[in-house]
Design a protein around this ligand. Sequence first.
Ligand SMILES: Cc1cc2nc3c(=O)[nH]c(=O)nc-3n(C[C@H](O)[C@H](O)[C@H](O)COP(=O)(O)OP(=O)(O)OC[C@H]3O[C@@H](n4cnc5c(N)ncnc54)[C@H](O)[C@@H]3O)c2cc1C
Length: 416
Amino acid sequence: MRYSIFNLVRQAFNHHRGWNPAWRDAAPKSAYDVVIVGGGGHGLATAHYLSKVHGISNVAVVEKGWIGSGNAGRNTTIIRSNYLLPGNNPFYELSMKLWEGLEQDLNYNAMVSQRGVLNLYHSDAQRDAYARRGNGMLLHGVEAELLDAAAVRRMLPLLDFDNARFPIQGGLLQRRGGTARHDAVVWGYARAASSRGVDIIQNCEVTGLIREAGRVTGVETTRGSIRARKVGLAVAGNTSRVAAMADLKLPIESHVLQAFVSEAIKPFIPGVVTFGAGHFYISQSDKGSLVFGGDLDGYNSYAQRGNLPTVEDVCEGGMALMPALGRVRVLRSWGGIMDMSMDGSPIIDHTPIPGLYLNAGWCYGGFKATPASGWCFAHLLARDEPHEVARAYRLDRFASGRLIDERGVGAQPNLH
Ligand SMILES: Cc1cc2nc3c(=O)[nH]c(=O)nc-3n(C[C@H](O)[C@H](O)[C@H](O)COP(=O)(O)OP(=O)(O)OC[C@H]3O[C@@H](n4cnc5c(N)ncnc54)[C@H](O)[C@@H]3O)c2cc1C
């Protein structure tokens, strides 16, 4: 059933009783060509592109809870492609281009809003680093603008520009960056994949991987065994747990990241703003709520909740940047589990075990990657070779030393 203004009007005459469910809640079959473990954005996008681009529809997405119950439905919804390194930039720019056509592709309103992402700088050294990043983006054909303090002040007059410790000198702006409604992205991919025959199986936890003659040939689940020619893992914060079922130890740690939403207020922030002197970022949703977050909680966990010291830390960052925030009430906060890779960049690759493929290591930036991650993982699963923009996301780079250390933070990005 297509969504259109004509269908909306037609359904209105029928008291909206004629809408079909957006996707089929399928029961597991005994075998598929591909089983994708994890019904987050990445797993569902992979299923969509497998069926749409590669014509492989005998696919199941197996999700232990409900689709979008993981990080896909918990993030702060920021999308951007302001990356510096050649291993990352073309991948994230492909993602941005897919975002730009996503709603037409899925026939679903994902509320993609290119309202701009501004990274503030507070020192000469930081300005130089952002100028370098902006030049790197321009060389890759991605637009970037370096703003001075006066330009930032015109855009965001309520920032604390003259804070003696963190004076704002300017910012690096990507106008095509912005936000998208995270759960609509999940639902849109699920609907599109399901309409092509993909089975979306909720409340079905993978509890083991079936191995025969050294090959993964299926999954054991709480709803029985499912055979598959290929199994793709897209379980984000649970990657190390599920990989352990195949005795795989990965260069990934799981950490908690929290997010916060305030009461709705009048338009206050035009786009996404990140504080350069602390870890704090903020945007305003279409309903008027301020959506913000900051640093990881700083300890390993598989629990989808965080702790009060980080709440305090994030709010301090917000107050240092925008003292007016002190007047706003926080309505909700929650946590998700980050699959922190040891160079801060993702993995889209075969594993050493035939039949088992890996999509992981998204750290706290995987939402923006959702379309390209699905596109490239589908390519790998369908053709058994990496997509050209994901070639650098190899698992063995941690052994060979070909790291993609975008932030230059060394081998422990989880501590930053
Ligand atoms: C608070 C917060 C803020 C963030 N902000 C941003 C942001 O602004 N921009 C950005 O780009 N990124 C952001 N991220 C990161 C982003 O959300 C993730 O990197 C991305 O969503 C991960 O991919 P996914 O959507 O497939 O993961 P998930 O939605 O977590 O999907 C994985 C799924 O696997 C399922 N699963 C796990 N184990 C099993 C099993 N054994 N069997 C079956 N299913 C299983 C889980 O239930 C889950 O639904 C943020 C994350 C959080 C938590």
